[in-house]
Design a protein around this ligand. Structure first.
Ligand code: ATP
Length: 309
């Protein structure tokens, strides 16, 4: 008898950087209102799904050893949610290839959840609309809808309510990946603590950022990048100051802590500058590794042919 080896469905999903991140005061329910401008960057995870006896998660790549492979992995939770909605068993094996730094402030876990939704929709032939998937994504976490959506978008609420932003051209980035990670809840708590002491200043509104994105001018955008979580990330990991300084000395137009950190994102003039800045930054010995990326790029997309016939 012929045994048929099932073809996996593979989805590529981008990371994100927050070009502007305004954090409101702590709400009674423990959350903070966010007003953010996300951009999806070409630093990707790949998530493959294949039919299996029972749900399992495997993780490969840098940092894989610290990523859970049980029900606390966001991809596992995405598979359970998708199966529940489709009224079927989550009988799949999920393999995650990490290209996005783990606990790096670039939404790695959220990206994997978004990718799992798209992959299972294709594997099970569900024909879900983007709106259906976005609704499930919002249930899984505040950054998951953006990882699905990609591009550049304003996020409000906890970051999950999205409005696309028109941008011109491509922006070029150099990313300094840190040796360790920072826990997002710990960074928010540190911000609350700093604010209780009367520090630090808050970013303003995002209007100027939106107009710079529309012009496509990296020089105009550079001085407008702002992140309310940066002071808290720097307070928890003061070595990041050195990284930010080294990026500017290497020729970046501006540097910012990405989300809750500790990845530092440097906006550079063009592709050529990305190569020279990344080489210099790598030589400065201020971070674990350096990556070049560009944005905006599309959200989670199937990259395999799901119909082998
Ligand atoms: P964000 O920018 O959304 O705040 P992050 O990029 O800083 O998140 P993640 O890479 O998502 O952080 O990891 C945060 C923690 O989530 C990890 O320490 C890990 O324990 C857990 N986690 C759960 N699922 C995943 C996953 N698929 N990939 C990475 N981490 C995961």
């Amino acid at each position: 008898m012929l045994s048929v080896v099932p073809t996996p469905v593979t989805v590529r999903v981008p990371s994100k950087v927050n070009l502007h991140l305004a954090v409101g005061d702590l709400r009674p329910d423990g959350y903070h209102d966010l007003h953010t401008v996300f951009q999806a960057l070409s630093l990707y995870d790949e998530v493959s799904v294949v039919p299996a006896e029972q749900l399992a998660v495997h993780v490969r790549g840098t940092g894989a050893d610290v990523v859970p492979t049980d029900s606390t992995n966001l991809a596992w939770r995405a598979a359970e949610l998708m199966a529940e909605r489709a009224a079927r068993r989550p009988d799949v094996a999920i393999t995650i290839d990490k290209g996005i730094p783990v606990a790096g402030g670039m939404a790695g876990g959220s990206a994997d959840a978004a990718a799992t939704l798209v992959a299972l929709d294709a594997l099970w032939g569900l024909g879900a609309t983007r709106d259906d998937l976005a609704e499930l994504a919002a249930e899984l976490g505040s950054d998951v809808p953006f990882c699905l959506h990609g591009g550049t978008a304003i996020g409000t609420g906890r970051g999950e309510k999205l409005v696309p932003v028109l941008t011109r051209g491509t922006f070029h980035w150099v990313l300094a990946l840190s040796k360790g990670g920072l826990s997002t809840p710990v960074v928010f708590r540190e911000l609350d603590r700093l604010r209780a002491e009367g520090r630090p200043q808050r970013v303003g509104d995002a209007d100027a950022v939106l107009s710079a994105l529309g012009s496509g001018d990296a020089h105009e955008l550079a001085p407008l990048l702002g992140n309310d979580l940066q002071a808290a990330a720097l307070s928890l990991d003061p070595t990041l100051r050195r990284t930010l300084r080294a990026g500017i000395e290497a020729g970046a137009l501006a540097g910012i802590v990405s989300g809750s950190g500790p990845t530092c994102a440097f906006l550079v003039e063009d592709q050529h500058a990305a190569v020279t800045v990344s080489a210099e930054l790598a030589g400065a010995g201020v971070c674990r590794t350096v990556r070049v990326a560009s944005g905006p790029v599309p959200g989670a997309r199937v990259v395999t042919d799901t119909d082998p016939a």
